[in-house]
Design a protein. Structure first.
Length: 461
């Protein structure tokens, strides 16, 4: 998923913007844009048009206020707790700045916390009106500022990646800063509240004086001097080298691409927006001026997501209810059909409680009844059918029928010997009967009937 980090360097005549586009934490694209609109609002609107100013929830934008608008002081406070330090900074600054502290907003960088309980802090105060003017212009251009830093502190994160010890001369249309970096941290800086001109000898003397002051404080004469910004770097480098310094233009590369000199500060701000490290720098986009618009966007997104989830749950629940009702109707229909079949199969049964259970019970009862007549020999039913058909056409009466293993004994009487012979002939035609033996045939003691006994040998299964 793409993430964009944007740095905005605001000047009086021209503003610069750098866009860093990441995919899976890898820098894939760098874009450089500038605008020379008449005012800040026009410049910001122009910049947004240049690079598709539609901002997503994952985009972050950092800008910086001019260094000359801030009052920066170094403080020592007798405690380590961050909340106590934040509360004490306005009181400590109030006696050190020439404007009422109530008209300013403050921010602080905690440099060190000593074992003796003392914290060394770099604190800054900026008039609220300055912050509000910038935020109003950004809001009008629909720019969601996440970080509002202060140069030259905002330069350190990027520059320190390539050089740990140096003196930086940064020039833009509003001001010039001369900063000293040691061990990758900003130790001190000087401010000239205007854009210097390399052809102006007074400007060269002013820069030289500030460089000497920084070197005298740190007792360091070996740090290289790097020049960048909205200035003719080649001419300024030559002027400083002519008076004994070792100066050169700052060259920075990011993702294999050279950063133009005028875009170095904007790129440093974009790099600052990534917040991949806990850099020691300011962010005046806090407290009363903290960004709330992004949370509102997220809130709307969450509401939309929750609405979609609710609709999905409702659809799923409705589908489940409809499916349940359909299944219930099908079950009722099957129950009715089963009841009808049960009544047709077992007519004497009237009360229905559990059809499957009752059907199993009835089938079991039928099996028990068939066992009585020899269910172990299925041929018996066929023999009974033949006897039933025979007695319908021949005057014979079967009085006893016994079934043995592979044989059947029949006792009965007939009106004549001829009737017994005809029955025997019919039984012999059955494929179930192997052999018929007439065991006995004699006149009854009473009446005119003849008693007989037959033995039928059945064909094995």
């Amino acid at each position: 998923m793409k993430k964009r980090f944007i740095g905005l360097d605001i000047g009086t005549d021209c503003s610069y913007l750098t866009l860093l586009e990441y995919e899976k934490n890898d820098l894939k694209r760098i874009g450089f844009f500038s605008s020379q609109g008449e005012g800040l609002s026009d410049q910001l609107a122009d910049l947004c048009e240049n690079f598709d100013g539609h901002f997503g929830i994952r985009d972050r934008l950092a800008a910086a206020l001019p260094a000359k608008t801030a009052y920066v002081r170094k403080l020592e406070l007798p405690f380590h707790e961050t909340k106590k330090i934040e509360a004490a900074v306005p009181f400590s600054l109030s006696s050190q700045i020439p404007v009422p502290i109530e008209d300013c907003m403050t921010n602080a960088i905690i440099n060190t916390r000593n074992s003796d309980g003392v914290s060394r802090v770099t604190a800054a105060a900026i008039p609220r009106q300055t912050v509000e003017n910038l935020l109003a212009a950004a809001q009008q251009a629909e720019l969601p500022l996440h970080i509002l830093d202060l140069p030259p502190f905002s330069l350190v994160p990027l520059v320190a990646e390539s050089t740990k010890d140096a003196i930086l001369i940064a020039v833009n249309s509003q001001e010039t800063t001369i900063s000293q970096i040691q061990s990758g941290e900003l130790t001190d800086y000087r401010l000239l509240p205007k854009k210097i001109e390399p052809e102006n000898e007074d400007d060269i003397r002013s820069i030289s004086r500030e460089i000497q002051a920084l070197m005298a404080i740190s007792k360091d004469v070996k740090s290289p001097i790097f020049i960048f910004g909205d200035v003719d770097g080649e001419v300024l480098t030559k002027k400083l080298n002519d008076i004994g310094y070792e100066a050169k233009e700052l060259v920075l590369r990011l993702a294999g691409e050279d950063i133009p000199s005028v875009f170095i500060h904007a790129t440093a701000l974009a790099y600052r927006a990534t917040e991949t490290k806990q850099w020691k720098s300011f962010n005046f986009r806090s407290g009363k001026y903290a960004l709330k618009g992004e949370w509102q966007k997220l809130k709307r997104t969450l509401w939309v997501t929750a609405g979609l989830i609710a609709i999905t749950v409702l659809i799923v629940a409705t589908a489940a209810i409809v499916q349940y009702r359909t299944k219930a109707i099908q079950v009722d229909a099957l129950q009715g059909e089963m009841a009808q079949l049960f009544h047709q199969t077992f007519p004497p049964t009237t009360a229905i409680v559990d059809i499957p259970l009752q059907m199993k019970s009835s089938i079991r009862e039928l099996r028990e009844n068939t066992t009585i007549i020899g269910s172990s020999q299925p041929q018996i039913l066929s023999i009974l059918k033949i006897l039933s058909e025979t007695t319908g056409i021949i005057p014979i009466e079967v009085q006893e029928l016994s079934v043995g293993q592979g044989e059947v004994n029949i006792n009965g009487n007939a009106t004549s010997f001829d009737a017994i012979n005809k029955m025997t002939e019919l039984l012999e035609k059955s494929p179930l009967v192997k052999n018929i033996r007439v065991a006995d045939a004699q006149m009854a003691l009473k009446g005119d009937k003849i008693n007989f006994r037959l033995f039928l040998d059945l064909v094995p299964n």
